[in-house]
Design a binder for this molecule. Structure first.
Ligand code: PEP
Ligand code: CO
Length: 465
């Protein structure tokens, strides 16, 4: 255990972006209940994820992380979970084929409820109320009762996360994730005339799968195509909830956050002396750090000292989010400092949070072209610096929403109002997300050295999906 660390030690440190609960008594009752509940994830899973991320550090694997900006109680249901899982798997097949490497599949799901906000209050028609901070904290309706932080909501978030994870575990191991089936959905997408430009790559994947069938791959090799490892992640923001789900791993005797596999620190709460860093330094989970334009190189190095003093590969993923046109200048100093200091990190590109704009008709949106532009800049900078572009991070959903513009699905400013459902940031819809995977695949195949197997990717698909 790190020196002087305790699960409640964060309470002595400056905290921001967290609610003040008006009723300390009911908060304590909820914390007590959660403290007795089973953790949602287990230490062995965290170790496995960390090993896979250690491979991504060295350019031997690629991270795909995606899901809602904020999960909500209102949108909870099996179809939404299935659809998001499905499109993530489709993306993963395309990326695995292009990278010729394992793709580590991580959802922003089963715990992604609490949101950092740019202002503590919101005013409408002269009335000022506390800001909405995510369904685990308060409700989005504009009334004083709804906006009052209510600790009972943590119990609902826990049970929603447990039910979500239960379904994800069933999908991952129960046959739903079979690569042939996943790929057949992708063929359905590329059959649509607008997406025809991606058909060629999809057909190459079909060939690889046919080759495997003809070569009569069987036994373990074939079984590995029917199941996947799927991990959960969320922003570690609501520390009362995180502390209550912290457990000691009986194998190592060390603390783990039981709320999800990978936890990240947001761009607004990564102060090296703040409460969030204090909590996370003590848990064994793989960690993400959001890196935006305000991050100083010296602070990043300090964060790495505090959160990963042993420089263990796979412990830290740096999720960079600078915005299209600003990625090179933002990323270069960080890459040079991290590389110069020999720090082991996974570099992951979040092309969403630096590219939020307001449409002429007043919607918070993101342009497909800007998202793609940031991804391409990310790959370019890493190619120039000789470092590994280790992953991508998207806000996306499996549903057919109209929240981001562009892509072959051709969402325009005018059509944003058709199905704009997000309670927080705009998400890529399933078509935009899959299209982006095809475009990231182009970048990846340039950046990864082909293997010598001569199987055109089929061996890698078999061994690594
Ligand atoms: C997010 O990922 O939803 C988020 C709020 O990101 P950031 O902390 O990078 O702004
Ligand atoms: Co967001």
């Amino acid at each position: 255990m790190p020196k002087g660390w305790h699960a409640s030690g964060w309470r002595k440190m400056p905290r921001i972006q967290m609610p003040e609960y008006p009723d300390a008594g009911s908060l304590e009752v909820v914390e007590g209940k959660l403290g007795g509940y089973p953790p949602l994830v287990f230490a062995g899973e965290l170790r496995r994820l960390q090993q896979q991320l250690a491979d991504a550090c060295e350019g031997r694997a690629f991270l795909l992380q995606g899901g809602d900006c904020a999960e909500s109680f209102g949108e909870f249901g099996p179809d939404n979970i299935r659809d998001t899982f499905r499109v993530l798997l489709q993306m993963a097949v395309v990326l695995t084929f292009a990278a010729k490497q394992p793709v580590i599949k991580v959802g922003r799901i089963a715990g992604q409820f609490a949101k950092p906000r740019s202002a503590p209050t919101e005013s409408r028609d002269g009335i000022q109320l506390p800001i909405y901070r995510g369904d685990i904290i308060n409700d989005n309706s504009f009334t004083p009762e709804a906006r009052c932080p209510n600790p009972e909501r943590m119990l609902q978030a826990y049970s929603q996360s447990a039910a979500t994870l239960n379904l994800l575990r069933a999908f991952s191991k129960g046959g739903y994730a079979d690569i042939h089936r996943v790929h057949s959905w992708t063929l359905g997408f590329t059959d649509k005339s607008e997406a025809g430009k991606y058909r060629h790559l999809a057909e190459r994947i079909t060939d690889a799968l046919d080759f495997m069938a003809a070569a009569r791959m069987h036994g373990d090799q074939f079984e590995s195509l029917k199941t996947v490892d799927f991990y959960t992640s969320h922003e570690c923001l609501l520390l009362e909830y995180e502390e209550a789900l912290c457990r000691i791993d009986s194998t190592s005797g060390l603390p783990v956050a039981g709320s999800g596999h990978l936890l990240w620190i947001g761009d607004r709460t990564r102060q090296p002396d703040g409460a969030h860093v204090e909590f996370l330094r003590g848990v064994q989970n793989p960690l993400g750090i959001k890196c935006g334009p305000s991050l100083e190189v010296s602070d990043l190095l300090r964060l790495l000292d505090v959160l990963n003093p042993g420089n263990e590969p796979g412990r830290i993923t740096l999720i960079t989010r600078f915005g299209a046109g600003k990625t090179k200048s933002g990323l270069l100093p960080l890459i040079r400092a991290v590389k110069g200091d020999g720090r082991k990190v996974v570099w992951c590109c979040d092309p969403m949070h630096g590219n939020t704009v307001k449409s002429a008709n007043g919607y918070k949106t993101r342009r497909f072209e800007s998202v793609l532009a940031e991804v391409r800049e990310f790959f370019e900078v890493h190619a120039a610096e000789g470092t590994h572009p280790g992953g991508v991070h998207f806000e996306m959903t499996g549903a057919d929403v109209t929240e981001c513009t562009g892509g072959v699905s051709a969402v325009s400013d005018e059509s944003l109002s058709d199905r704009y459902h997000t309670v927080c940031d705009p998400r890529l819809n399933s078509s935009q997300a899959l299209e982006l995977a095809f475009l990231v695949a182009e970048e990846l195949s340039k950046s990864r050295v082909p293997t010598e197997s001569g199987l055109h990717g089929s061996g890698e698909l078999a061994a690594q999906f």
